[in-house]
Each structure stands twice: as C-alpha cells, then as structure tokens.
Design a protein around this ligand. Structure first.
Ligand code: NAD
Ligand code: MG
Length: 299
C-alpha cells in the first residue's frame, strides 16, 4: 500500500521556525497560548496507531510544552490521561483536555502546586481513582529561571527549583509505586543541562543531573519488579519555560541557533520518544536517557 506520508522527505532544517525570534517576556510559568510563533505540540500532525491502547497515564506539566506533546500523543495512541499543572495555566490545560477528548480518550485535569508534598500524594490518589489505575508516570514538570551570578541567586529560588524538579518527582513516584504493576513505566524529563550546564542555570542544571541519577538508581531498584524507568534529555525546545525567564530575553532572540539544526526543537518533535519509552515494544529499555537536542549536548 502506498503511504503518502512516508514518500515525502522532510528536511529538518526547514520544518520549523528558526531564529531570530521576538522578545516575549511572561511571568512564570507562562502560557503556550501567548507565545509567538505558536509552539507545535503535534495538534495537527501526530497520528497514533494504538500503541498505548488501554494505558493510564499521569503527566505533570501536561498543559504546555513537552508534557502537552506527550499528552496529545498518548491520547492518540489510545491512553487515558491525567494532566497536572499550576492553576494559572488553566486555559492551556483546557485546550489539552479538549484535544485528548477529541482523540476519544478520557482526560482529567488536576491543577495544583507540586512543591507541596501533601498535594503530590493527593494528585496520585486522585489520578488513580479517575483512571482506575496507573501504568505510565511522566515526571515532566519543571522550574527554570536564569540568574547570572550565584550572589544574585536567592535562597527562595534555589529551594523552589529543588522542590519542583527533585522533591516533587520523589513524592509523586513514591505515592505512585504501590499502584504500578509489572509492565508500568516511569519517564523523567531531564535536560542537556545535566551534562553541559550553562553558567546562568546553576540551580536548574543540578536538578537535571539529579533527574539522571533518579533514572539510573530507580531503574536498578525497579527492574526486578518489571517496572521500567527512563529519561529524556532535551536540548533547546520552544516552550513557555524558556520564554518566561528560563533564558534572558536576548537569548530568546537566538534560541536554538547554536545547534547543528540552527533552530530550537518543537515539543511535537519529542512526542514519539515519550511514546516509545512507554510502549511495551521498548521492553529492554530501562535506566536509559534518550537525547533530543538537535545535535547539541549529551547523551
Ligand atoms: P513548560 O513550561 O511547557 O512545562 C513546564 C511545566 O511545569 C509547566 O507547564 C507547569 O505546569 C509545570 N510546573 C512548574 N512548576 C510547577 C509547580 N510548582 N507545580 C505544578 N506544576 C509546575 O516547559 P517545557 O520546556 O515543556 O518543560 C517540561 C520539562 O522539560 C521540564 O522538566 C524542563 O526542565 C524540561 N526541559 C525543557 C527544555 C526546553 O528547552 N524547553 C530543555 C530541557 C529540558
Ligand atoms: Mg505550562
């Protein structure tokens, strides 16, 4: 059978917007709907083929960016999905709920702040109750605020970055563990910052290295239980995390320019990795970090 999609070669250099971008500051966490150009989360492009039929997924930070791309792809592959996000991101979350519902799957939106340990436990319990179980956990929410000098980095920011990026995945995963049966998966969103930290991301880069150690340690612990644990290390991706203080605005103008593809990635370009790591066909993948950095960084 002829497949039109596969007969047309697409040049990755030409597929998506390139710098220069306009400055576009927002208060964190920022909204995808306010970005220009609009990020591509696969709304028009992602096609599923039943790879995750009947699966039950919880995705933190599922309202926008990489988490939204994973949520759309999971739904189109046949999974029901709970997304978590901050209350001020409700409009972005509403769009994701609609997209999941349009895919014929159940969608549940649970707003709340994951820097609160009690909320993290409640989030998992509510997700399990709504989905009727849990077998895909994506620890994807993150906080990133660029600060030039250590002497300007406040204790409050350091603490909030650690709480969001390290404590929350610990609290959420610990609460989820009793519900995860053999065949379940845990996926962490790390970063190239784990391996090649920027001078102005001192706190954030440390948390992303911690995410790698989380994957490497927990995969050893949970391998014997038949639960796979993997991570993704993206490079520069066009999301509100970056435009709402993750980078200074002069860096937004040339965001992604330094990669061999000379542009940032779009969330949609990472979705298939999150699908692959959740799919049973990746049954020998555990303790792995998959790079998605447009030719820059490690691993
Ligand atoms: P994003 O802003 O779209 O997603 C981050 C999400 O984190 C937000 O939508 C928000 O819902 C959530 N969040 C932040 N603080 C929270 C809190 N206290 N409580 C609940 N939710 C909270 O941006 P993104 O780039 O898609 O980020 C997703 C992940 O990707 C993050 O872990 C980030 O570190 C990682 N990452 C991003 C890039 C990039 O260039 N965009 C590169 C490497 C890694
Ligand atoms: Mg968001």
């Amino acid at each position: 059978m002829k497949n039109e999609q596969n007969t047309t070669l697409k040049n990755p250099l030409e597929q998506y917007p390139k710098p220069p971008f306009q400055r576009q500051p927002q208060q964190p966490p920022g909204l995808a709907s306010k970005m220009s150009p609009q990020p591509d989360h696969g709304e028009e492009s992602y096609r599923g083929s039943g790879r995750l039929k009947g699966r039950k997924a919880l995705i933190t930070g599922g309202d926008s960016g990489i988490g939204r791309a994973a949520a759309i792809a999971y739904a189109r592959e046949g999974a029901d999905v709970v997304i978590n996000y901050l209350p001020e991101e409700q409009t972005d979350a509403d769009e994701v709920v609609q997209l999941i519902t349009d895919a014929g799957q159940k969608a549940y939106a649970i707003p709340g702040d994951i820097t609160n340990s009690e909320f993290c436990k409640q989030l998992v319990n509510d997700a399990v109750e709504k989905l009727g179980g849990l077998d895909i956990l994506v620890n994807n929410a993150g906080k990133q605020q660029a600060v030039d000098s250590l002497s300007e980095l406040s204790e409050e920011q350091f603490d909030a970055t650690m709480k969001t990026n390290i404590y929350a995945p610990f609290w959420i995963t610990k609460a989820a563990l009793p519900h995860l049966k053999p065949g379940s998966v845990i996926i962490s969103t790390s970063s190239v910052q784990a391996y090649d930290p920027s001078e102005n991301l001192f706190d954030y880069a440390q948390t992303k290295a911690a995410n790698v150690a989380f994957v490497k340690s927990l995969s050893k612990q949970l391998g014997p239980k038949g639960i796979r644990v993997n991570g993704v290390a993206p490079g520069p991706v066009w999301t509100p995390l970056q435009t709402s203080g993750g980078q200074p605005q002069d860096a937004i103008e040339k965001f992604g320019e330094q990669t061999p593809l000379a542009r940032p990635g779009q969330p949609a370009e990472l979705a298939s990795i999150y699908v692959q790591l959740a799919d049973d066909s990746a049954s020998y993948a555990t303790g792995q970090i998959y790079g998605a950095a447009g030719g820059s960084g490690h691993p």
